[in-house]
Design a protein around this ligand. Structure first.
Ligand SMILES: [Fe+2]
Ligand SMILES: [Fe+2]
Length: 348
C-alpha cells in the first residue's frame, strides 16, 4: 500500500511518517507545496488546521485531484463537529481527532470506507441559502408591489441560515452564497451569515443570535425602493445616485414600521445600520451612545460582506484585505468589536 502524507507543518509531516514508514510505502509533502498531480497513492493522510482559509483552499484543490483515491483520512486537532463536517465536505472518507496513535491510524487505513464526494458546497448550506434567497425575493417583491411583508417567513429563513452557520461554518456559507446568488440577495445572505457567525464567536445568547439574523435579513429591505440600474451599477456612483442609495435605511424603516411582526430591534437595525460612532453616518447622524450593540455588530458584518461580495465585473476582495479596511475605519466602529471580528474575518 502506498500512502501519501500531507501536513501543514514539518512536525506534523515527520510525526505521521514515523508512524507509517515501517508499515507501508510513504510519500509526503508540505501542504504549502502540495502538488499531487503525478502521485497515485492507495491512500492519502492529511493533517492541517481547518481554521486557516488558505489551507482550506489548497485542500479543496488537492482533494479534488485525489477524488479517485479510495481512502482519504483527515486528522484534526479539534473535536468540534464543525471541523468534522468541513473535512468531509473537502472529501475526507474518515476523520480522526488528535491525539492519533500508530494503531488507530493503521486501523483507519485498513478499514476506511470509500466514497467519492464532489468538492462542492455542503447540502445544508445550499438549502439554507435557497430558502433565504426565496424569502428575500418574496420580501423584495412584496415591497415593490406595495404588499405586506411576511416577517415570520423571513425569520424562519434566518433561523435556517443560523443553523447552517453553526453546523457548517462560515467559509462554506460564503462560498455557497457567492457561487449561487447575486447582487442584493447575495449581499443580504452574506450579511446574515457573517452576523450570526460574529454573534457565535462573541458567545452571545441564543436570543441575541435570533435578533441578529432577524435584523440582518431585513437590514437592506429599503433597497427594494431603489432602481436596479443604480443598485447594480458596475463601478462608481455619481453624487445623485449615491444620495438615492442613501435613502434605503429610512425607506426600509417606513416599509416595516406598520408591520406588527417587525420588532423594535429589526426597525432599529433597518434604519441605523449605516450610522457610525463618530456621528458621520446616515440617516440620523447618531453618535456612539445611541447606537445599539446589535446594530454595531450588524454594521461591521455589513461592511465586510459588501467588501467580499462576488461581482462579475470585479475580482473578489480577499478576506484579509477586507478586514484591513474595517480596521482602518478608526473612530467609526467599536474598537473591541473590530478586534473580536478578526477571528470571523480571517479564520472561521
Ligand atoms: Fe444598507
Ligand atoms: Fe447592507
Amino acid at each position: 500500500m502506498t500512502v501519501h502524507v500531507v501536513a501543514d507543518s514539518v512536525a506534523g509531516l515527520m510525526g505521521l511518517r514515523a508512524m507509517l514508514d515501517q508499515h507501508c510505502a510513504v510519500t509526503s509533502e508540505l501542504l504549502s507545496d502540495a502538488d499531487t498531480r503525478h502521485s497515485k497513492p492507495d491512500a492519502v493522510v492529511v493533517t492541517a488546521d481547518l481554521r486557516a482559509v488558505d489551507s482550506i483552499a489548497t485542500l479543496k484543490e488537492m482533494f479534488g485531484r485525489l477524488s479517485h483515491v479510495r481512502t482519504r483520512i483527515f486528522i484534526t486537532d479539534h473535536k468540534a463537529r464543525l471541523f468534522t463536517v468541513q473535512a468531509h465536505a473537502l472529501g475526507a472518507t474518515r476523520v480522526l481527532v488528535n491525539p492519533v496513535n500508530q494503531a488507530s491510524l493503521l486501523a483507519a487505513l485498513v478499514d476506511s470506507p470509500s466514497r467519492t464526494i464532489a468538492i462542492e458546497a455542503l447540502p445544508g448550506a445550499r438549502e439554507a441559502a435557497t430558502s433565504g434567497a426565496t424569502a428575500l425575493a418574496s420580501m423584495f417583491s412584496a415591497v415593490s408591489s406595495g404588499k405586506l411583508i411576511d416577517v415570520s417567513d423571513a425569520k424562519r429563513a434566518g433561523r435556517k441560515i443560523a443553523d447552517s452557520i453553526a453546523e457548517n461554518g462560515l467559509s462554506s456559507w460564503l462560498e455557497t452564497v457567492r457561487r449561487h446568488h447575486e447582487s442584493t440577495y447575495q449581499h443580504c445572505l452574506l450579511v446574515t451569515g457573517i452576523a450570526v457567525d460574529f454573534g457565535l464567536c462573541l458567545g452571545v445568547p441564543n436570543a441575541d443570535i435570533e435578533r441578529l439574523y432577524s435584523a440582518a435579513i431585513f437590514h437592506d429591505i429599503g433597497k427594494a425602493k431603489i432602481p436596479l440600474a443604480v443598485l447594480d451599477k458596475p463601478g462608481r456612483l455619481d453624487d445623485r445616485e449615491r444620495a438615492l442609495i442613501e435613502t434605503h435605511p429610512a425607506a426600509g424603516y417606513d416599509v416595516l414600521k406598520e408591520n406588527a411582526g417587525a420588532s423594535p430591534e429589526i426597525l432599529d437595525a433597518v434604519r441605523h445600520h449605516h450610522e457610525y460612532l463618530d456621528g458621520s453616518g446616515y440617516p440620523d447622524a447618531l453618535c456612539a451612545a445611541s447606537i445599539s450593540d446589535i446594530v454595531r455588530i450588524l454594521t461591521i458584518s455589513d461592511i465586510f460582506a459588501a467588501l467580499i461580495e462576488h461581482r462579475h465585473y470585479k475580482p473578489t476582495m480577499p478576506r484579509e484585505q477586507a478586514y484591513e479596511i474595517i480596521r482602518s475605519m478608526e473612530g467609526k466602529l467599536e474598537r473591541p468589536l473590530v478586534a473580536a471580528f478578526r477571528e470571523v474575518a480571517l479564520n472561521r
